[in-house]
Design a protein around this ligand. Structure first.
Ligand SMILES: Cc1cc2nc3c(=O)[nH]c(=O)nc-3n(C[C@H](O)[C@H](O)[C@H](O)COP(=O)(O)OP(=O)(O)OC[C@H]3O[C@@H](n4cnc5c(N)ncnc54)[C@H](O)[C@@H]3O)c2cc1C
Ligand SMILES: N[C@H](Cc1c[nH]c2cc(Cl)ccc12)C(=O)O
Length: 513
């Protein structure tokens, strides 16, 4: 049996893993975490999926208990700025399209749509534009048909959930890791502040123990590599092969800034913004008392100095006194995430650029699947092999979805954007893109492996970037459009009513403190 889990790494991955395993096994399994006082965490990672709420519920945390400690705010969508053309934008919201006569409003929009697809089909687009909170004063969610955050079963996991919750979070990743560390240690996680200097393998090649600088040897039954891009255990020690995605996703660098803002006077936008730039794109993530912003770019098409200068110009004078954090990104995934008695979770397992805020989603999925595949007395390799299959499929599915953002954008105004359109496509994607020229993506035409995104997200990106199928779905020919027009009108009326009755995001968050 596994009675003693040792985690190396004290970033978001390490402490999410420690608190989740502690919540799962209590005192049945000893959870220790070794983190270096000298090696920094990556220091970014501030926007999430909506499904991260299952993580917080699982470890028994409600919003008001953690959000004020992490400068957290709400995220209703990602706003894609200048991807389809200068000064154009659209939202990728946490909102499934409605259905009329068995067809989605995305299909109906192709036949009777008169405005931008996102504004006409989703109430969240209007809430974003008006910087509204998704919760009313007192915490009631704007859509009473969805979980209010209090009644999710503690053991709910993300890919078992059938609900599309309407918001996610923005938070300071460093503050969250510190908050989870305090929580974990109070609940019995054993934290060792030290550097792992050597990893000792036994005669079978499995990890026998860790040699630390000041705390001697640390033994365990299962080792979790949360050492970030270094991959100290999984890559450096066990030699896992790393499969780069850079042939299809060329961005390999980032430069980040933390810019103080006054939420009261400027308002807090409830969305992440991804702005297309000459050699990549820039993120803007509004927190309660600052914004996190950064430029993700390809080092083949610009330099760190130019990227920093372009980012500062993009942000404006508020960035003048702020120090830049330059980051090298290892883009891709391990061929195997779990080898022998070691599982890699977080950047050590794999990473893609944060265009759809997938880093913490990968961590959570990796942890949940580790619990589902947790070794038993037989230490069956079948559990490890199935874990690796699921994790590989998840990363490969996200890879395709991100490639679609670039290929559908069809920008050609800089050498970078011209080159993007000449890159190869991931296996099978060309056929799927051909299909989407005739029919919007559905569950039968997107990658089947669970990767966090539903077909509607693909439709949002294609239609937002102007890539409409050649014709509306033929099945609509025999249907009266009146009901669909009425539903579009209901969306408009509900959005207007919500904008007029919901508090601003700043107002709601300030009231939480
Ligand atoms: C530019 C950028 C933007 C991102 N934006 C987002 C986003 O918006 N949303 C999102 O979900 N994700 C995002 N991510 C991903 C996110 O940052 C990571 O998933 C998250 O921070 C987890 O990092 P980690 O814990 O795996 O690694 P790290 O944060 O790098 O932590 C590694 C830990 O290992 C420790 N360590 C290393 N070696 C040793 C050793 N020998 N001994 C002891 N300890 C050791 C370090 O001290 C550190 O504590 C982004 C990533 C990048 C690069
Ligand atoms: N699992 C879904 C993934 C998802 C749905 N809509 C969005 C929008 C953005 Cl900006 C990121 C992820 C998703 C969820 O987490 O809601």
């Amino acid at each position: 049996m596994v009675d003693n889990v040792v985690i190396v790494g004290g970033g978001t991955a390490g402490w999410m893993t420690a608190t989740y395993l502690n919540a799962t096994f209590g005192d049945q399994v000893t959870v220790s975490l070794v983190e270096s006082p000298n090696l920094p965490t990556v220091g970014v990672g501030e926007a999430t999926f909506s499904t991260v709420r299952h993580f917080f519920h699982y470890i028994g945390l409600r919003e008001h208990e953690w959000m004020p400690h992490c400068s957290a705010a709400y995220k209703l969508a990602i706003r894609f700025q200048n991807w389809g053309g200068e000064n154009e934008h659209f939202y990728h919201p946490f909102e499934r399209p409605r259905h009329v006569d068995g067809c989605t409003l995305a299909d109906w929009w192709l036949k009777v749509g008169s405005e931008a697809f996102d504004r006409e089909s989703f109430v969240l687009a209007a809430l974003c534009e008006a910087r509204r909170s998704p919760n009313r004063a007192g915490g009631a969610l704007f859509d009473r048909n969805l979980h209010d955050g209090g009644d999710l079963p503690r053991r709910e996991v993300m890919n078992g959930a059938d609900t599309q919750f309407p918001y996610a979070y923005h938070f300071d990743a460093t503050l969250l890791a510190h908050f989870l560390a305090d929580l974990g240690m109070r609940r019995g996680v054993h934290r060792v502040l030290d550097d792992v200097e050597r990893v000792v393998q036994d005669e079978t090649g499995a990890i026998d123990h860790l040699v630390t600088k000041q705390h001697g040897d640390i033994y365990g039954d299962l080792f979790i590599d949360c050492t970030g891009f270094r991959g100290l255990l999984i890559n450096q020690t066990l030699g896992a092969r790393f499969e780069s995605f850079q042939d299809v996703l060329p961005n390999d660098r980032a430069v980040a800034l933390r810019v103080p803002v006054d939420g009261e006077s400027q308002g807090i936008a409830p969305y992440t913004t991804a702005t297309a730039m000459d050699a990549g794109w820039a993120w803007t993530i509004p927190l309660y008392d600052r914004i996190g912003t950064g430029y993700v770019y390809s080092s083949e098409f610009t330099t760190p100095e130019q990227a920093e200068s372009d980012l500062r110009a993009h942000v404006g004078p508020a960035a003048d006194e702020v120090e830049a954090n330059h980051i090298r990104m290892r883009v891709g995934r391990n061929e195997r995430f779990w080898m022998r008695n070691c599982v890699a979770i977080g950047l050590s397992g794999g990473f893609v650029e944060p265009l759809e805020s997938t880093g913490i989603f990968f961590i959570q999925y990796g942890i949940e699947q580790l619990v589902r595949h947790f070794p038993g007395p037989d230490r069956s390799p079948a559990l490890r092999d199935n874990y690796n299959r699921l994790m590989a499929g998840c990363f490969d599915g996200v890879r395709e979805f991100l490639v679609l953002h670039y290929r559908a954008a069809r920008r050609e105004d800089t050498p970078y954007w011209k080159a993007i359109n000449e890159l190869p496509l991931p296996p099978g994607m060309a056929d799927r893109m051909e299909l989407w020229k005739s029919r919007l993506p559905d569950s039968g035409s997107v990658i089947a492996d669970y990767h966090g995104f539903e077909p509607y997200s693909y439709a949002v990106m294609l239609l937002g970037l102007g890539q409409r199928p050649r014709y509306p779905h033929p099945a609509l020919r025999g249907l009266d459009s009146a009901a669909a027009r009425a539903e579009f009108e209901r969306v408009r009326a509900e959005a207007e009513q919500l904008v007029n009755t919901l508090p601003s995001q700043y107002e709601y968050l300030a009231g939480m403190r």
